[in-house]
Write a protein that binds this ligand. Structure first.
Ligand code: WT7
Length: 583
């Protein structure tokens, strides 16, 4: 920064300047930037959030109203003796109290730990226990099913705040009563930007879930990427479909849009083509952030489902969490009127890192480029498939189209500051000055990144690295194919050959002709070195909760291996795709 006036300012530094900071140099607090600063300014009467309830009715809160209810929640925590730094977990569907608890917790300088309401008791227990949660905000029904069975193993949990009826029956406290009794005024105490704000659990391939620690300074990255990747402007109507139990639901379901002063839509209901198209139309959504799985389901419903609705206000549609099939990206143009733009990031990065930005052309199949302020690289891999580290150094791949482990140069404001209670695991994420993402990618000659797979999913056949995603994309180009999962199976000559499992559109019958057609299509698209050797029809591909095909399970099933630890089968994005009875 000290290189003189001519030096380009970092986009993060510019974003710091666009935000407020707490009064009198009191540091940075996410809730201040998201809510209080608008409530104290010209946007105080602008609608901050509109909830679409299950029955289709709506309710809304202005920035001023949200400031008051979140102040009440912060005062409730103070009244209960909850201290700054202590963890407050939420296990809630997408009800208004979710956002109130989240932002109120941040105001009180406690740490928000959102849990996914479709988790069962075991993952809930693991997270509450590992996260040392002292408060849980939930509903009676969720408590009964997911917490009661493990309550005696959670000695640190001091308070259960209940949304809706039934608090007494479970020894909890009625959140509505507490909020009503609390003051709507709360002055946020000075907050060090490096104070912990958020704890997001994420699953590795093995072991207990990892609690990624994020700090208040992350709001700078939420805000900046809301601008650079999602093009948010104050008059936008923004809808993020991710569940608040996942990082996308917090970073972009709550924080980023509010820092821009937009109106955010929250749908309490589940994915349904009619319902979703109606929300896009009736709410006048201008920027929509969703997931490929959801888009594939809409695509499956056919263009007729969208035809009755006027979607002309949609200006930008983006997706995250899993590979965006090229045909879904272009389907967007036909049916939504705008193409789908891919974004890439992880729980650990806290905010979008790579994206097809609003002004960039959409190259179907590519994730896009690193955002301004993000430096990415591909690192040469060792025999285990991850970046090879020699004496603490790594090798950056310079040539286009070489597949390597995707790495990022630390320094952006929302990089995780650690895994809770696990320094070693955190340290293992870094080498040669880079943060190693565990994903494989390539970069084309134009600098665009293409997702290849997780570091452990890649297939090596006759010395060629094959990304299952590329093969799956080719197969899903065929109109009969809804989804594909591609794995490597052992082959005495080639090491591994590619086998594809494809799910057919309903109404299409599997046949030998169709199989040959798909093999032919893949060979044409991919060439003989990459095309699958085998194609099997399969209407029941294994999925994570968020809808990703679990290739590892597919492989285990195919090879008759033990399926292993299913705790890593949690979804990553959490769209509204979870069974309704789980809510
Ligand atoms: C993993 C991170 C932060 C968003 C929610 C997921 C995969 C993410 C993409 C994309 C292909 C993607 C990666 C990544 N992923 N975005 N655009 N294309 N894959 O957060 O649970 O931490 O998962 O999701 O494998 O490492 P997460």
């Amino acid at each position: 920064m000290a290189t003189g006036l001519a030096a380009a300012r970092s986009p993060w530094a510019d974003a710091w300047d666009r935000l407020d900071g707490l009064p009198d140099g009191g540091g940075t607090n996410i809730a201040h930037e998201a809510v209080d600063r608008h409530a104290a300014g010209p946007r105080r009467d602008h609608v901050a959030v509109r909830w679409v309830h299950r029955d289709g009715t709506t309710s809304e809160a202005t920035y001023a109203a949200l400031a008051a209810t979140t102040a009440r929640f912060a005062n409730v925590l103070r009244g209960l003796g909850v201290r700054p730094g202590e963890r407050v977990a939420t296990l809630l569907p997408r009800v208004p109290e979710m956002m109130v608890a989240a932002l109120g917790t941040l105001k009180a300088r406690s740490v928000l730990c959102p849990l996914f309401s479709a988790f069962g008791p075991e993952p809930v227990r693991q997270r509450l226990e590992r996260g040392d949660a002292v408060v849980l905000v939930t509903t009676r029904a969720l408590y009964d099913r997911k917490v009661a069975p493990v309550r005696d193993r959670l000695p640190a949990l001091r308070h259960v705040l209940v949304v809706g009826d039934g608090a007494d029956a479970i020894g909890g406290q009625d959140l509505r009563v507490l909020l009503d009794a609390a003051s709507p005024v709360f002055a946020i105490e000075p907050t060090d930007p490096e104070e912990t704000a958020l704890l997001h659990f994420t699953s590795g391939t093995t072991g207990a879930p990892k609690g990624a620690v994020h700090v208040h300074a992350a709001v700078v990255a939420h805000h900046e990427t809301g601008r650079s990747a999602l093009d948010l402007h104050p008059d936008d109507v923004f809808w993020c479909t991710a569940d608040p139990g996942w990082v996308t639901g917090t970073s972009y379901g709550i924080i980023a849009p509010l820092t821009h002063g937009v109106t955010s839509i929250v749908d309490e209901g589940d994915l349904d083509a009619d319902r979703w198209y109606r929300i896009l139309q009736d709410q006048g959504v201008t920027v929509w952030y969703t997931a490929p799985t959801a888009l594939r389901m809409l695509r499956r419903a056919g263009a007729e489902a969208a035809a009755p609705y006027d979607l002309r206000r949609l200006r930008l549609v983006a997706s995250v969490g899993e590979p965006l099939d090229p045909e879904v990206a272009t389907w967007g143009q036909e049916v939504l009127g705008v193409p789908v733009r891919d974004t890439w990031w992880q729980t650990e990065t806290g905010s979008i890192m790579i994206a097809t930005r609003p002004a960039d052309p959409v190259r179907p199949g590519s994730m896009g480029r690193p955002l301004p302020g993000v430096e990415a690289a591909l690192l040469r891999r060792g025999p285990d498939g991850r970046a090879a580290v020699h004496d603490g150094t790594v090798e950056v791949l310079d040539e286009p189209d070489e597949v390597g482990e995707l790495a990022l140069l630390p320094g952006w404001p929302s990089i995780f500051r650690g895994y809770l209670h696990d320094v070693e695991r955190w340290e293992r994420c870094f080498a040669g000055g880079w943060y190693l993402t565990g994903d494989l990618a390539r970069r084309d000659a134009d600098g665009a990144y293409w997702f290849v797979g997780r570091a452990d999913d890649v297939i090596t056949s006759a010395g060629h690295l094959i990304g299952p995603f590329e093969v799956e994309s080719a197969l899903t180009e065929h109109p009969a194919v809804v989804e594909a999962g591609v794995i490597g199976i052992p082959d005495p000559v080639a090491g591994e050959v590619v086998k594809a499992f494809v799910t057919l559109r309903s109404g299409v019958e599997p046949s030998e002709d169709l199989r040959r057609e798909l093999l032919g299509l893949a060979r044409r698209r991919l060439g003989p070195a990459v095309a699958p050797r085998h194609v099997a029809f399969d209407q029941h591909l294994p999925h994570t909760r968020s809808g990703k095909v679990v290739r590892r399970l597919l492989r285990a099933r195919e090879l008759g291996l033990p399926e292993g630890d299913t705790s890593s089968l949690e979804g990553a994005v959490g769209t509204a795709l979870d069974p309704p009875e789980e809510r």
